[in-house]
Design a protein around this ligand. Structure first.
Ligand code: ZN
Length: 292
């Protein structure tokens, strides 16, 4: 019996050394797109918990007790920054966590929209590369022994992001200038617009918490009736009815659903940052190329 017990312990020890889950870093990422990027760089060296999940709106999120527990127990917390997570400072403070807090947008020059910082920096893949660099640095500081693994994972990921960036530049360059105007509900694509040469119009501004005024909406509809736009797109996190109303009043088609601030749930086309960007790029270019 004693022998059997030792045997069991030996097996357990081997299992634990093969998969030392107790030695993994606990990392909390504030929202789904960032959570995926952290997982890509961390690989099997960290357990990543995401606060705002797929198809959920980080602008309007209200943290719960489970979030505070996750942050309290974390070794590292990574946020987007640029004012995206208006709730994060209080969550981190009230959790009492000792974790390091890293800001994924450190070093990115912010776009200003009506004097406000636009936080949706991930919608340019060049910025995505900065996120990956910051994530790699934060993970390596939290677990120096795994730095070589983080470097290898990040290098492989950066190569994929670079390839998609070059494809986006080439695909959008093929669209005639007058076909590059798009309307979405909230202003989440300013960095895509700047990086790839498109125009995104939105009635809602850079947050989703306020409905547009009747005057602003009427002005946008009048503008679209005069100048036209390639297509309207609904977003996974924002007001679809607003886009339906604009479509009714302008006759401009709804080109489908693009993903702005959150990944999709499994089974939908945007379950990772790369898949999300690829879906948005393909839907935008296909729809706009076919527009009148
Ligand atoms: Zn947003």
């Amino acid at each position: 019996m004693k022998r059997l017990f030792y045997c069991f312990c030996a097996v357990l020890a081997v299992m634990m050394s093969a998969s030392p889950s107790w030695a993994k870093l606990d990392v909390v990422a504030s929202f789904s797109i960032l959570g995926d990027m952290v997982e890509q760089v961390a690989g099997d060296k960290a357990t990543v918990t995401t606060i705002v999940g797929p198809d959920a709106d980080a602008h309007l999120y209200q943290p719960n007790t489970g979030d505070a527990v996750a942050v309290a127990e974390a070794d590292l917390v990574i946020i987007n920054g640029m004012g995206f997570e208006t709730w994060s400072a209080q969550l981190i403070e009230t959790s009492g966590t000792k974790a390091a807090v890293a800001v994924a947008t450190d070093g990115i020059t912010p776009l200003l929209v009506d004097g406000e910082v636009d936080p949706h920096a991930w919608n340019s893949l060049e910025n995505g590369l900065v996120y990956v660099n910051n994530i790699e640095a934060a993970l390596s500081a939290a677990s120096p022994a795994d730095a070589a693994t983080f470097r290898a994972n990040a290098d492989a990921y950066r190569a994929k992001l670079n390839a998609l960036h070059n494809r986006a530049l080439a695909d959008i360059a093929k669209l005639p200038e007058q076909k590059r105007v798009v309307v979405t509900a909230h202003d989440a694509f300013g960095y895509l617009e700047t990086a790839y040469g498109m125009t995104f119009l939105a009635p809602q501004g850079i947050d989703t918490d306020a409905e547009p005024s009747a005057k602003d909406l009427a002005e946008l509809i009048a503008f679209l009736n005069e100048t036209g736009a390639g297509a309207l797109f609904v977003e996974n996190i924002a007001n679809a009815e607003l886009i339906a109303q604009i479509s009714r009043e302008t006759g401009i088609n709804i080109g489908g659903r693009i993903y702005s601030d959150a990944l999709s749930v499994k089974g939908s086309p945007a379950t990772s940052y790369l898949a999300m960007f690829t879906h948005n790029l393909e839907l935008l270019t296909k729809t706009l190329a076919a527009a009148e």
